[in-house]
Ligand binder design. Structure first.
Ligand code: AMP
Ligand code: GLY
Length: 423
C-alpha cells in the first residue's frame, strides 16, 4: 500500500520511517517533507502546501494512496480530514469538529467539564477588562492562554499579577490574531508533566507508552519555552497503575463525551498531563495529533506495524486489534537546534556527521533541514537524535555519543535530556 504523510517536521520523518518498516507499505509520499524524508528509501517529497486540500486530494487519488496521515494540527483544524474523506480517501486524524479539542482551549475545557475529566479550574474571557479584574481577584501564579492555535506560544505561566495582565493585554491587543480574542485563564498546576498519546477509532481508545518532553531551552528545565528540546519514553512517573487511572478517568470519559456530541474522532488524542505531588493526573491540554518530539521516542519502540494500528483506527476495528507490542527498552531523543533558538535564528548552515551518528546505532530524525546539493539547516529545531537502549541510561549514552558525531555552525542541544528519570 501507499501512504501519504502530511507535514515537514521530525514527527513526520519518524512516522514515514516507521511506516516504511512494514512490509505492507511500498511507498510513502510526504507533503512537503524535509531533508530527512527526501533521503529516506521508498519515500518521496511532494512540494505542496499542507493546506492545499485540493492538490493533496487529487495527488492521493491519482496515486492510489490507501491511507493519509495528518501530522500537524493546522490542517486538521482547517478541516483537511473532512475534505479528503469526501473525496473517498482514508484519513488518520480527526475531523474539524474533533480538532477543536486542540484548536479551542475554551471548547476543550467545556468538554472536560462535561466529561468530569480532572483539569485546572478555569474561566473564559472575551474582553481584557473583565479578564484583568478576574486576575486581580485571583492573584498569582496564574496561567493565561490564547484560546486558539498560536504555534505553542499562546500560554503564559504568570508568576505575578502584572505578568498576567501583560499577557492579557497582548492577547487582546492582537499578538495572536483571532486566536487571542478569547482567553482562558486557569489555576496554575504544580507537579511533573507527562505526555500520554493515545490512539482511537472514536469508540475504543488505547494509550501508547508515556513520554516526557523537555520544553524549556535551558538545562535543568529553565529559560524560554520551545517546541521541545528532547524527550524520553517510557516515562517512569506514569506507572502501570497511574496509566490505568489515566485510561479510566481521562481517556475513556473524553471519548465518551466526544461521542455524545456526535463527533467520530479517529486518530491521536494527546493528553498533556500534570502529575500532582499527590500523584493525581490532571489534563493541562489536549492535542489532536502526535506530539513532536514525543513521536521520535514512542514510535521507535512500537513493534506492531504502524499502518496496522492506523488502519484499525480508520476502520473502527481497534477493539479487535491484539495488544500493542513494545520494545522492552527505553528511548531518548536529543534535539539539536540552531543558535539563538527559540528567538530568531539563521538557516542554511551545512550539516556534517549524520552518517557517522547513524553508524553508531542512533537514528537521526530531521526536524528543520533541506537538501540542496548538501544537507542544510532550515529551521529552529534542526535534528532529533534518537537512540534505544536496554535502559534509559543506556539510551542516553548512545544518543549523546551520536550527537557528538554531528556538526553545524552554532548547533545547540541540552546535555540533560531524561534527567528526571535518570537521577
Ligand atoms: P501549551 O503551549 O499548551 O503546551 O502549554 C505550554 C506549557 O505551559 C505546558 O507544557 C505547561 O508547562 C505550562 N502550563 C500550561 N497550563 C498550565 C497550568 N494550568 N498550570 C501549570 N502549567 C501550565
Ligand atoms: N511536544 C509538545 C507538542 O507536540 O505539542
Amino acid at each position: 500500500m501507499k501512504v501519504l504523510v502530511i507535514g515537514n517536521g521530525g514527527r513526520e520523518h519518524t512516522i514515514a520511517w516507521k511506516l516504511l518498516q512494514s512490509k505492507r507499505v511500498q511507498e510513502v509520499f510526504c507533503v512537503p517533507g524535509n531533508g530527512g524524508t527526501a533521503k529516506l528509501a521508498k519515500c518521496r517529497n511532494i512540494a505542496m502546501s499542507v493546506t492545499d486540500f485540493e492538490g493533496i486530494g487529487r495527488f492521493a487519488l491519482v496515486n492510489n494512496v490507501a491511507l493519509v496521515v495528518v501530522g500537524p494540527e493546522v490542517p486538521l483544524a482547517a478541516g483537511i480530514t473532512d475534505y479528503l474523506q469526501e473525496q473517498g480517501l482514508t484519513v488518520f486524524g480527526p475531523t474539524q469538529t474533533g480538532a477543536q479539542i486542540e484548536a479551542s482551549k475554551a471548547w476543550a475545557k467545556e468538554l472536560m467539564q462535561e466529561a468530569g475529566v480532572p483539569t485546572a479550574k478555569s474561566a473564559v474571557f472575551t474582553d481584557a477588562d473583565t479578564a484583568i479584574d478576574y486576575v486581580k481577584q485571583s492573584g498569582a501564579p496564574i496561567v493565561v492562554k490564547a484560546d486558539g492555535l498560536a504555534a505553542g506560544k499562546g500560554v503564559t505561566v504568570a508568576e505575578t499579577v502584572e505578568q498576567a495582565i501583560e499577557a492579557i493585554e497582548a492577547a487582546f491587543g492582537g499578538q495572536f490574531g483571532a486566536a487571542g480574542q478569547t482567553v482562558v485563564i486557569e489555576e496554575c498546576l504544580i507537579g511533573e508533566e507527562a505526555s500520554v498519546l493515545a490512539i482511537t477509532d472514536g469508540i475504543t481508545i488505547r494509550p501508547l507508552l508515556p513520554a516526557q518532553d523537555h520544553k524549556r531551552i535551558g538545562e535543568g528545565d529553565t529559560g524560554a519555552n520551545t517546541g521541545g528540546m528532547g524527550t524520553y519514553a517510557p516515562a517512569p512517573i506514569v506507572t502501570p497503575a497511574l496509566m490505568e487511572r489515566i485510561q479510566q478517568e481521562i481517556l475513556e470519559p473524553t471519548i465518551a463525551a466526544l461521542q455524545k456530541r456526535g463527533i467520530d474522532y479517529r486518530g491521536v488524542l494527546y493528553a498533556g498531563l500534570m502529575i500532582t505531588p499527590e500523584g493525581d493526573p490532571k489534563v493541562i491540554e489536549f492535542n489532536c495529533r502526535f506530539g513532536d518530539p514525543e513521536t521520535q521516542v514512542v514510535l521507535p519502540l512500537l513493534e506492531t506495524p504502524l499502518e496496522t494500528v492506523m488502519l484499525a483506527c480508520t476502520q473502527q476495528t481497534l477493539a479487535q486489534l491484539p495488544p500493542l507490542g513494545w520494545n522492552p527498552g527505553a528511548a531518548i531523543c536529543v534535539v539539536i537546534a540552531a543558535a539563538n533558538y527559540p528567538d530568531s535564528y539563521r538557516k542554511g548552515m551545512p550539516i556534517q556527521g549524520i552518517e557517522q551518528a547513524e553508524a553508531s546505532g542512533a537514528v537521526v530524525f530531521h526536524a528543520g533541514t533541506k537538501f540542496n546539493q548538501q544537507l542544510l539547516a532550515d529551521g529552529g529545531r534542526v535534528l532529533g537524535v534518537t537512540a534505544i537502549g536496554d535502559s534509559l541510561t543506556d539510551a542516553a549514552k548512545k544518543a549523546y555519543a551520536a550527537v557528538d558525531c554531528i556538526q553545524f555552525e552554532g548547533m545547540y542541544y541540552r546535555r540533560d535530556i531524561g534527567h528526571r528519570a535518570l537521577k
